[in-house]
Ligand binder design. Structure first.
Ligand code: NZQ
Ligand code: ZN
Length: 394
């Protein structure tokens, strides 16, 4: 196990009706003037936004609203939010929504404090150092941004769309309200995309070269087995509160890094996927369903034993005499599960085009560097993985 420091400072407030306490927690963390940030329509339609506004009113906290965050949050609204916060003297950002809203809120928080253009932070020309405090009311179990130290934004630049991440420990939310009942209004496709994303956050950590990490290995396997058990329940009955609750907490556990400390992590599949959701505006989870198994097929030979362990401990596959067969059975079980959730498994099903592979590689800016850690991938490796994802029969 590697040396590590770990601090997950977010206050998690879990359970039914907890959104009614949002104002109380804003006050507890020093907010006096709030930017209430939200997405397209779901939070307004369900009445959630009104309940959160009432909670602010009860605490005597004033707020300004900025809605309209789109999935794969876009930079123009973020720049608008930064200006609005400066003009209104906002000192706390409350995100009501999913990963896109939370990431947009985190980006606005960075931009209010940073003197330059936040593109410099997301393109790694400068390191982020400070932000306005952010709190969240989560409405979808997926990205894990409610507990994570990162934010992912689609920057609309003159020469195209660059989906890039930015991270810093200070970017973890001050508090996150997790009411599983709020996720009951999700369309099945979004629920499934969320389950895939959560599983991939675990995979990115599980496939490691670090040895003697039994505790995190077993945490990872437990989170994955939970999703395999609870996922089909919510697909069958969207109102199954207990299954929603287990998935929601799994989403936070999968990405606040409790499963990833002390071990090298990979993240190649995520970075390859971000180019797909950047270019086609597809759901991040759907893009991962296409990319991650292709990545697995490609890198499996690097550590057959680890893939065989995954197959047996996560999917309950039989241990075969040839561990490569066991490993392959695990990847097949993963694909079968994601297919059963209605996920795409190849480019065509996702709405991606094989002829765009050179463009994807261009956006990835892979020339002269490598992607991932389990196996360090160069340009031709990344091309081969996109090609496998394009060719998979589905
Ligand atoms: O905009 P509204 O109307 O709210 O609709 C949203 C959106 O269309 C809808 N939705 C959310 N909660 C709902 C609901 N519809 C009905 N009922 C509800 N309760 O779901 C759609 C997707 O929302 P979005 O926020 O985009 O989903 P998700 O949480 O999956 O976030 C995806 C974004 O997070 C990034 C992804 O790249 C992507 O941009 N990620 C962020 C990470 C982080 N910050 O740590 C890590 C992840 O790996 C990921 O990259
Ligand atoms: Zn993800």
């Amino acid at each position: 196990m590697d040396n590590f420091t770990f601090c997950s400072p977010t206050l998690f407030v879990f359970g039914r009706d907890q959104e009614n306490n949002a104002g109380k927690y804003v006050k507890q963390f020093g907010g006096t003037k709030v930017l209430l940030h939200y997405g397209g329509s779901s939070a307004e339609k369900s009445g959630l936004l009104g309940r959160v506004e009432n909670s602010l009113k009860r605490e005597g906290i004033s707020w300004v609203k900025l809605g309209g965050v789109q999935p794969n949050p876009k930079s123009p609204l973020i720049y608008e939010g930064i200006e609005l916060c400066k003009k209104e003297g906002v000192d706390f950002i409350l995100a009501v929504g999913g990963g896109s809203v939370i990431d947009s809120a985190k980006a606005i928080g960075l931009g209010v404090v940073y003197e330059g253009d936040i593109w410099e932070l997301y393109s790694k020309q400068a390191a982020p150092a400070a932000s306005l405090p952010v709190g969240t009311v989560l409405t979808i179990a997926a990205a894990g941004s409610e507990g994570s130290n990162g934010s992912v934004v689609s920057f609309q630049r003159e020469d195209g769309v660059y989906k890039r991440d930015c991270g810093g420990e200070f970017m973890r939310p001050k508090f996150s309200i997790l009411n599983p009942a709020l996720t009951q209004t999700l369309p099945p496709y979004q629920t499934a995309c969320g389950i895939v994303d959560i599983m991939c956050h675990v995979h990115e950590r599980y496939f490691t070269n670090t040895e003697h990490v039994e505790i995190t290995d077993q945490l990872c396997e437990g989170v994955l087995r939970t999703l395999i058990k609870e996922g089909p329940k919510v697909m069958k009955d969207p109102n199954d509160y207990e299954a929603r609750a287990n998935i929601m907490w799994a989403g936070t556990m999968a990405h606040n890094d409790i499963c990833g400390v002390g071990r090298e992590q990979d993240w190649a599949s995520h970075n390859l996927e971000h180019e797909l959701s950047g270019l086609y505006n597809c759901a991040h989870g759907a893009g991962l369903a296409v990319i991650m198994p292709a990545w697995m097929d490609y890198v499996m030979k690097h550590d057959i034993k680890r893939f065989a362990r995954y197959a047996v401990n996560v999917w309950g596959c039989e241990k075969e005499e040839n561990p490569a067969n066991t490993a392959r059975a695990g990847i097949a079980a993963l694909r079968k599960f994601w297919k059963s959730l209605g996920m795409p498994l190849n480019f065509q099903q996702l709405g991606a085009r094989e002829e765009d592979i050179p463009l994807l590689l261009n956006y990835l800016q892979i020339e002269g560097r490598t992607e991932g850690h389990f196996v360090k991938l160069g340009t031709e490796d990344c091309r081969a993985i996109y090609q496998l994802a394009a060719d998979y029969p589905g």
